[in-house]
Design a protein around this ligand. Structure first.
Ligand code: UGA
Length: 403
């Protein structure tokens, strides 16, 4: 099929590269810089496996700066960002993209992948000639290519059964179960899923707070024991400095404010946001324990991105921590496998130095799991619970009781 993809950020670019395996891709983005880079085979995002697949499928992808080429498409995925303004979702990019697509080619099947509040697709359907389908995205940054090829499920919302069939065929290669439903259900499934995962993280972070008060407890063991119950599941129970990124913080805020307008108070999600906002204070207290007053202390952070295997810094908890440390007059250094410069932070190229008052593991990259330094240096703090504490007894971690 000739698939138009509008918005070549994480979701759009990964979807393009994966679908180019079996289809012809017409990629559109209003950002000229992005299009120039892609035309020069320069990928501006880091994702494991993306570059290789991009090169392999390159001859079935074309990238443009305007909508003109959408004329030749059969189906279009809208993957533009939705931001929040005063905690409310702003769908203006989605509306703009849908209208531009419809003006160029009113035979196109339009599919919204962007995260939008329930009712968005239906409200747009009335304004244009096409029926709009919803097909929310569940890929995680850092494993975006894998997740797109091996999703747990495909959710399709919409009315037109012929269009739904066409969209189902595109995802058939994944062998994932497909749930066909209304646009509104599809839109809410996305918010409910992200919110539930955010709640799971805040839940285990609250248990981590409790563990810190009870001798002989460790939140990682509690999470392991809980996760052995398949009704609970072991994923997203890793305690740490909280969830960041471009999705959970924004989506939890948006669904709370949307629900408030509907007269529903989402208490659990609000509590999850609250707990998440407090994680940096917990982290600061743990860092202060061995080194005392933070003023003038040299602190090395390991990892700046919001999680491992990505260069994405949006709502990164590591950056929030770095800024707090700077506010406390610490001298902040950071090592990141990909990010090599950041204003106000002294970036270093290796972690093999004992020159710091404290080394803090602030995002969960595989390469931070082991280092001989952890045996030598007394002040290593694991804020992501990735270190084996039996192997490195010097390391102090979140969610463990210390006298
Ligand atoms: C999240 C969802 O997991 C995806 O399903 C969804 O498609 C995506 O949002 C989106 O809406 O586009 P993402 O934000 O890329 O994906 O990354 P996650 O792996 O979910 O991590 C989010 C944050 O939670 C990170 O800061 C991570 O460090 C943190 N986290 C994750 C924990 O603190 N503990 C955990 O156990 C898991």
């Amino acid at each position: 099929m000739r698939i138009v993809i509008v918005g070549l950020g994480f979701v759009g670019l990964v979807t393009s590269v994966v679908l180019a395996q079996y289809n012809e891709i017409i990629g559109i983005d209003i950002d000229k810089n992005k299009i120039n880079k892609l035309n020069n085979n320069d990928l501006y995002i880091y994702e494991p496996g993306l570059k290789e697949l991009f090169i392999k499928n390159r001859n079935r992808m074309n990238f443009y700066n305007d909508y003109e080429n959408a004329r030749n498409g059969d189906i279009a995925f809208v993957c533009v960002p939705t931001s929040t303004i005063n905690n409310k979702i702003d769908t203006s990019y989605v509306e703009e993209a849908v209208k531009s697509l419809n003006n160029t080619n009113n035979k196109l099947i339009i599919v919204i992948k962007s995260t939008v509040i329930p009712g968005t697709a239906s409200s747009l359907s009335y304004k244009i000639n096409n029926y709009i389908l919803s097909n929310p995205e569940f890929l995680r940054e850092g494993s975006a290519v894998y997740d797109t090829m091996h999703p747990d499920r495909i959710i399709i919302g919409g009315k037109n059964s012929e269009y739904i069939e066409t969209l189902s065929k595109i995802w058939e290669f994944t062998n994932a179960p497909i749930l066909k439903t209304t646009n509104e259900n599809a839109e809410l499934i996305k918010y409910a899923s992200n919110s539930f995962l955010a709640v799971k993280i805040s839940f285990i972070n609250e248990i981590a707070n409790l563990c810190e008060k009870i001798p002989n407890t460790d939140v990682n063991i509690i999470a392991k024991g809980m996760g052995m119950d398949h009704r609970i599941g072991k994923d997203f129970l890793r305690a740490g400095i909280g969830f960041g990124g471009s999705c959970f913080p924004k989506d939890t805020r948006a669904i709370v404010s949307f629900s408030h307008e509907k007269g529903v108070d989402l208490k659990i999600i609000k509590a999850a946001i609250d707990i998440n906002n407090n994680r940096i204070n917990t982290a600061l207290a743990l860092i202060e324990k061995p080194i005392g007053n933070l003023k003038g202390k040299k602190i090395l952070l390991l990892g700046l991105s919001f999680k491992n295997d990505t260069n994405d810094l949006r709502e990164s908890k590591s950056i929030e921590l770095a800024n707090e440390l700077i506010n406390h007059n610490s001298i902040v250094y950071a090592y990141d496998p990909i990010i090599k410069e950041y204003p106000g932070i002294n970036m270093v190229n290796s972690i093999n130095s004992n020159d710091y008052d404290c080394i803090v593991i602030s995002s969960e990259w595989e390469e931070f799991k082991n280092n001989a330094l952890y045996k030598e240096n007394k002040n290593i703090i694991d804020l992501r619970r990735i270190i084996d504490l039996d192997l490195y007894p010097n390391v102090k971690a979140i969610g463990v009781h210390y006298d």
